[in-house]
Design a protein around this ligand. Structure first.
Ligand SMILES: Cc1ncc(COP(=O)(O)O)c(C=O)c1O
Length: 392
């Protein structure tokens, strides 16, 4: 038996695609302790430093003390707590929608939402760089899946109009990341809204990396483009810039009620516990009281973008705190990441199957809590390693 797995693992190693878990000790901050050594963390989605924010820690501990540790059941049984209700109202207000619904993770949300709103006989148009949870939701739905080239609106319109001509009454869903998790660029939302309107399609935007990083007050890509109220299904996460765990969907009341009745990842899973819900509420307080955090992460990202570009790195059209440092081959990007780590910088290689063959990269993410010295130090390391491997 173990031979089957071993053989597969050997093949992954040969291709430079082997993955293993790394253990962080202590808190998730701009620097973390890895294998007994302090390293600069350029890999987390903790963009605003909220994961170790005192207000979130305190809220989490307080809720555990007052409400206990678990929710005891799924949402429809007896796991819906008053904190769910409070958080959902707050999220709806934050996203400027009628209602919101908390899910246990972004993965569960995407899989549960997509497989509920479309099914056999329907068609979904999905950007080729959409997150794996969207890909899996599309597969699970059993709808026809049409992949369009990244952010290519001409190609998307060709595909939708041809499907529309064949059968105008079919249910259609367009689904995109608001901010793409590996390229760090934005979806052209105004154009997507136009296409969805024109062809009567539902539009779903995953704001996982947009909440807290783009738009006025960190309200995401919809706010950035001024298209709030024009997207039917908005999904967001609580475990990235909001520093905790979990996810949500926001939209019209009927959408939320429909998902409560049909979304299997919501119905058949134990609800989030009080500590997590409470820390999400505290994160929204911190974000609303400190819009300068969003400005700070943006300033840090701009600095890194300029410095890495000046060194000669290709970082595509990154616009957010996610900067893809393009390397190409998987094995080379792994070696690059290992050398960075030896020099005290944690920046992980992203390789196939997460991204297409030949586009392996180091995914650099910056935080509002990185100092200018931290970032300048990492630029020096990128220069040293890049020259050593002949990349720059
Ligand atoms: C775009 C996107 N959507 C969804 C998810 C899944 O969210 P979660 O980590 O909360 O499961 C992620 C990240 O992991 C993501 O990058």
């Amino acid at each position: 038996m173990s031979q089957i797995f071993k053989q597969h693992l050997e093949q992954l190693k040969e291709k430079g695609l082997y993955r293993s878990l790394r253990v962080i000790h202590g808190e998730q901050g701009p620097w973390v302790e890895l294998e007994g050594k302090q390293v600069l963390n350029l890999s987390s989605n903790n963009y605003l430093g909220m994961a170790s924010h005192p207000r979130l820690k305190e809220a989490s501990a307080r809720a555990a003390n007052s409400h206990g540790c678990g929710s005891s059941a799924s949402r429809l049984i007896c796991g819906t707590l008053e904190l769910h209700e409070v958080l959902e109202k707050r999220l709806a207000k934050f996203m400027k929608t009628e209602a919101a619904l908390v899910f246990n993770s972004g993965y569960a949300a995407n899989v549960g939402i997509i497989s509920s709103v479309i099914g056999k006989g329907d068609v979904v148009f999905s950007d080729e760089l959409n997150h794996a949870s969207i890909v899996d939701g599309c597969r699970l739905s059993r709808a026809e899946v049409v992949i369009f080239p990244h952010n290519d609106m001409t190609a998307l319109e060709e595909k939708i109009s041809s499907s529309f001509r064949q059968d105008p009454d079919r249910r259609r869903l367009i689904v995109v990341d608001g901010v793409f998790s590996v390229d760090g660029d934005l979806s052209p939302l105004p154009e997507l809204v136009r296409l969805a309107d024109k062809y009567g399609a539902l539009l779903m935007v995953d704001e996982a990396h947009a909440t807290g990083t783009v738009g006025p007050g960190g309200r995401g890509a919809l706010a950035h483009f001024g298209v709030e109220g024009k997207v039917h299904i908005i999904m967001g996460t609580l475990g990235k810039a909001l520093g905790g765990f979990g996810a949500f969907v926001a939209g019209q009341r009927e959408l939320i009620d429909y998902l409560i009745n049909t979304s299997r990842s919501l119905i058949f899973s134990t609800a989030l516990p009080p500590s997590v819900l409470s820390s999400a509420l505290a994160a929204l307080d911190v974000l609303e009281e400190n819009p300068s955090l969003v400005a700070k992460v943006r300033e840090n990202a701009d600095y890194m973008r300029e410095r890495l570009k000046a060194l000669g790195y290709n970082i595509l059209s990154s616009y957010t705190p996610i900067l893809p440092v393009m390397i190409g081959e998987a094995a080379l990007s792994t070696e690059f990441s290992e050398l960075l780590l030896k020099e005290g910088v944690l920046a992980v290689a992203v390789r196939p199957p997460t991204i297409p063959e030949g586009t392996s990269r180091i995914r650099v993410t910056v935080m509002a809590t990185h100092t200018r010295e931290d970032l300048a130090f990492s630029v020096g390391v990128f220069e040293k390693v890049g020259r050593r491997l002949g990349i720059i």
